[in-house]
Ligand binder design. Structure first.
Ligand SMILES: Nc1ncnc2c1ncn2[C@@H]1O[C@H](COP(=O)(O)OP(=O)(O)O)[C@@H](O)[C@H]1O
Ligand SMILES: [Mg+2]
Length: 338
C-alpha cells in the first residue's frame, strides 16, 4: 500500500482519508469521528488545501458513500463537515486578530509620532522666550552681572542651544515620516560636494581630504536624500575633527543586483558592540563634552532610507574611523545605473 500511496498527491490522499473517516462517523464513531474530522481539517490547512476544496472533498465523499449504497444522515455528515472546517475558522480568526493588533500598533505609533511632533512644535515658543531674554540679560545687564552671573548665563544659553537642536531634530524626524515621497533623479555626488564645501567654508582651518566619486546617481526624494547625506557627511566631518589629516570618502559599489552607497571617514570610529544603538533616537556613543550632538541624525537617516525601501548599516572601530552604508529600494523607474 505504501508505495502506491506515496504516488498520490496530498489532495487525493486527503480525499481518501476523508471519505473513510466520514463513513466511520456515520456508522457511529461518535466523538472519535469528530476528532478525526478536526485532524483532517488541520491537515488541509497545513497542506494548503483551501476551504472550498475541502467542501468539494466532502461533497465527493458523500457521492461515493451514496453510490456504495450506504445511507448518509444529513445531521451526521453536516456535523462532520463543520468539524473539519473549524481549523480554518481558527486561522481566519488568528489572521483577523493579527491584523487588528497590527492596526492598533500602527495607530499607537501614529499617535506617538503626532504627540512628539506637537510637543516639539510647542516647545519652540518658550524656548525662543528663554533665548531672547537671556541674550537681553547678557546685553542690557552686562554691568550689573557678576562674573558668576555671566558664567551661569553662558550655561543657560548653551543648554538652550542644545535643546533647540533636539527640538529641531524631532521636528525634522517627524517631517520625514510624513508626506509624499518623490522619485527624481538625484546626483548624490553633487549634493555631497555642496555639503562638503559648506562645511569647509564654516571651518576653513580644518585639513580634510575629500574623495567623492563622480556621477553617483540615485532615484528618490531629492530633499530627503539631501538630508541623509547632510547627516552622514556632517557626522564624518564632526567625528574626524580631532584628526590632523582627515579623509572622507563617498561612493557607491555594486553588490549583486543592489547599489550600495557609502560614506567613509578616518575619524573617532565607534565600538561595533553598540552598532545597533546608533540608529535609535537620542542614542549617542560619544559624550557631548567630546563631540556635540543630539543623537537624532542617524534616526532620521534610517527613517528616510526605509521610506525609500532601503537599508542602512554601519561599520567602525574605535580610533579607526567609520563607514556608513545605505541602499535605496528599487525605484519605479528601475535601479540606478552602477
Ligand atoms: N562617522 C561617525 N564616526 C563615529 N561615530 C559616529 C559617526 N556617525 C555617528 N556616530 C555615532 O552615532 C551617534 C549617533 O549619531 P547621530 O544620530 O548623527 O547623532 P549626533 O551626530 O547628534 O551625535 C553619534 O553620537 C556617534 O556616537
Ligand atoms: Mg549627527
Amino acid at each position: 500500500m505504501g508505495a502506491a500511496n506515496d504516488q498520490l498527491d496530498v489532495r487525493t490522499q486527503l480525499a481518501r482519508d476523508y471519505t473513510e473517516a466520514l463513513r466511520a462517523h456515520i456508522s457511529g464513531a461518535g466523538e472519535a469521528g469528530l476528532t478525526r474530522a478536526y485532524e483532517l481539517g488541520r491537515r488541509a490547512v497545513t497542506e494548503g488545501i483551501g476551504v472550498l476544496d475541502l467542501a468539494t472533498v466532502h461533497h465527493e465523499a458523500l457521492l461515493e458513500i451514496g453510490a456504495a449504497g450506504q445511507e448518509c444522515p444529513v445531521n451526521l455528515s453536516g456535523q462532520f463537515f463543520a468539524e473539519s472546517i473549524s481549523p480554518f475558522e481558527m486561522t481566519l480568526r488568528l489572521d483577523r486578530e493579527l491584523r487588528k493588533a497590527k492596526e492598533a500598533a500602527e495607530a499607537a505609533n501614529r499617535e506617538l509620532e503626532s504627540f512628539s511632533y506637537s510637543v516639539a512644535h510647542d516647545l519652540r515658543a518658550p524656548l525662543r522666550g528663554i533665548e531672547g531674554f537671556s541674550s537681553m540679560l547678557a546685553e542690557d545687564c552686562r554691568e550689573r552681572l557678576s562674573e558668576d552671573g555671566h558664567r551661569y548665563l553662558a550655561h543657560i544659553r548653551d543648554a538652550v542651544q542644545q535643546m533647540r537642536g533636539l527640538v529641531e531634530g524631532l521636528l525634522e524626524l517627524a517631517r520625514v515620516a510624513r508626506g509624499e515621497i518623490g522619485d527624481e533623479r538625484v546626483d548624490l555626488s553633487a549634493l555631497v560636494g555642496h555639503v562638503a564645501k559648506r562645511l569647509q567654508g564654516a571651518e576653513p582651518s580644518r585639513q580634510v581630504e575629500f574623495a567623492i566619486q563622480e556621477r553617483v546617481i540615485a532615484f528618490g526624494d531629492a530633499q530627503l536624500l539631501r538630508a541623509v547625506l547632510e547627516n552622514l557627511l556632517g557626522n564624518a566631518w564632526k567625528f574626524t575633527s580631532k584628526r590632523e589629516q582627515a579623509r572622507i570618502e563617498f561612493g557607491q559599489r555594486r553588490e549583486g543586483d543592489e547599489t550600495v552607497y557609502f560614506m567613509r571617514d578616518n575619524g573617532a570610529g565607534f565600538d561595533m558592540a553598540y552598532v545597533e544603538k546608533l540608529f535609535g533616537v537620542f542614542q549617542r556613543l560619544h559624550g557631548a563634552e567630546e563631540f556635540q550632538g543630539t543623537g537624532i541624525g542617524l534616526a532620521t537617516v534610517q527613517r528616510i532610507v526605509r521610506r525609500h525601501g532601503g537599508r542602512v548599516w554601519a561599520e567602525g572601530a574605535v580610533g579607526e574611523g567609520a563607514t556608513f552604508y545605505f541602499t535605496l529600494g528599487e525605484s519605479v523607474r528601475g535601479p540606478a545605473p552602477a
